[in-house]
Design a protein around this ligand. Structure first.
Ligand code: GMT
Length: 383
């Protein structure tokens, strides 16, 4: 297929298929590439959970993992690289685009090396966060990550913060391009009123937190903040949990928040809930971007969030949300109270948040950058 004068591309995409920003972003990218006439070939141990079924141009190639008596730990990297090489050869992939370096970038470099030079796909590695900020510091991973980054045909990060952090931590000198995350909302299936009715929301403000509940998301601080918001009956907090919430149920009881907290686990109709929310609340200690804030912004919902990592690239405090110093429940509670008490401020921050999301972080703005990058690496001489 050709697009104008340019031919359609065949892109292999590898990501973690489970709930997490990097997998969500990779799935959305594949969906948008297919909509633009390219082929997106997902290679992973499971089908990414947000990937639409039956859409033209989207393919899924499972990686089978065997367990052998000799192995104490099952190995994923080698079967992944073999599958990457096989799909590259059989489907004529132009690019292997891996999301999250560990172990995907190493597997892609190995896959590339296993193929004859004339059929080698280019490797694009997108760093998402802890693949360098955490694992990059780990002596058992750091050198392999640095090697795969140096060997990739292009490396991108989802924020300028992550680019600087990666350079400093890993002593990387090669070019790294910043391509921010994007979010392209689907049409909600239910109305805002219907969803608020389901959640039992009356005049209260509906606060929203969505995450995979990992330790750096600071769910303890989120709940502590909820316990300190006054008046107590001015809000309810909806937690869209991408993981089992039961470890936190004890804290909800201890803080006497049973009537304030609503939990929904692993929802697939994100947009239904995003459109129903009034204020996002994100207490993370670290985020290279925080896709959940962007998802809320797309529906005109401003967030109170920690001023950490790449979040200030997403939210301009006082204009499209409120950023507060991290780690202190009172800071978050005062920010939320301010927005609950001032609907006009909430509306103006929300309008600016939606505008910023559309102008800077839409598929139109971002996917085009990936397409240009793919074409640029495809023009490189094959190594
Ligand atoms: O890096 C991680 O810990 C996991 C990763 C994920 O898969 O959710 O999160 C990172 O990537 C997201 C998508 O680009 C970003 O929105 C998150 O901010 C980022 N997390 C961290 O930097 C801690």
């Amino acid at each position: 297929m050709t697009m104008g004068t340019e031919r359609a591309l065949r892109i292999g995409i590898t990501c973690y298929p489970s709930v997490g920003g990097s997998g969500i972003l990779a799935s959305a990218l594949g969906e948008e590439l297919a909509r633009r006439g390219h082929e997106a070939h997902f290679i992973s141990y499971e089908r990414p959970f947000r990937l639409p079924h039956g859409a033209p141009g989207i393919f899924y190639h499972p990686v089978a993992i065997s367990s052998y008596g000799l192995f104490k730990y099952p190995d994923y990297t080698l079967p992944l690289s073999v599958k990457m090489a096989e799909v590259s050869r059989d489907c004529g992939l132009d690019v292997l685009h891996v999301h999250y370096a560990v172990p995907h970038a190493t597997a892609a470099i190995l896959a590339q090396s296993m193929l004859p030079p004339e059929t080698r796909p280019r490797v694009v590695t997108t760093l998402h966060g802890t693949d360098t900020t955490l694992l990059g510091r780990d002596a058992g991973y750091g050198p392999a990550i640095a090697f795969a980054l140096e060997r990739s045909d292009a490396v991108t990060t989802v924020s300028a913060f992550l680019e600087q952090e990666t350079r400093q931590l890993m002593d990387i000198r090669r070019p790294i391009e910043v391509i921010h995350n994007f979010f392209e909302p689907h049409e909600p299936r239910r109305s805002r009123e219907e969803v608020r009715r389901e959640l039992g929301i009356g005049d209260e403000a509906l606060l929203l937190h969505s995450s995979n509940l990992r330790p750096f998301k600071r769910i303890d601080l989120l709940l502590e903040c909820a316990a300190r918001i006054r008046p107590r009956n001015s809000f309810k907090l909806l937690i869209l949990a991408g993981a089992d919430f039961s470890p936190f149920v004890g804290d909800v009881g201890r803080l006497e928040l049973e009537d304030r907290i609503i939990v929904r686990e692993n929802v697939s109709e994100m947009e239904d809930y995003l459109q129903a929310a009034d204020i996002g609340l994100f207490t993370s200690d670290m985020e290279s971007f925080c896709l959940s804030i962007l998802e809320a912004m797309s529906f005109g919902c401003p967030s109170v969030a920690a001023r950490v990592g790449g979040i200030p690239e997403v939210v301009v405090s006082g204009s499209s949300g409120l950023l507060v110093p991290p780690g202190n429940a009172d800071n978050f509670a005062r920010g939320v109270e301010k927005l609950i008490a001032d609907p006009a401020l909430r509306a103006s921050l929300g309008a600016e948040a939606r505008k910023r999301a559309r102008e800077l972080f839409s598929a139109d703005a971002i996917v085009t950058k990936y397409e240009q990058l793919y074409r640029r690496v495809c023009a490189l001489p094959r190594g």
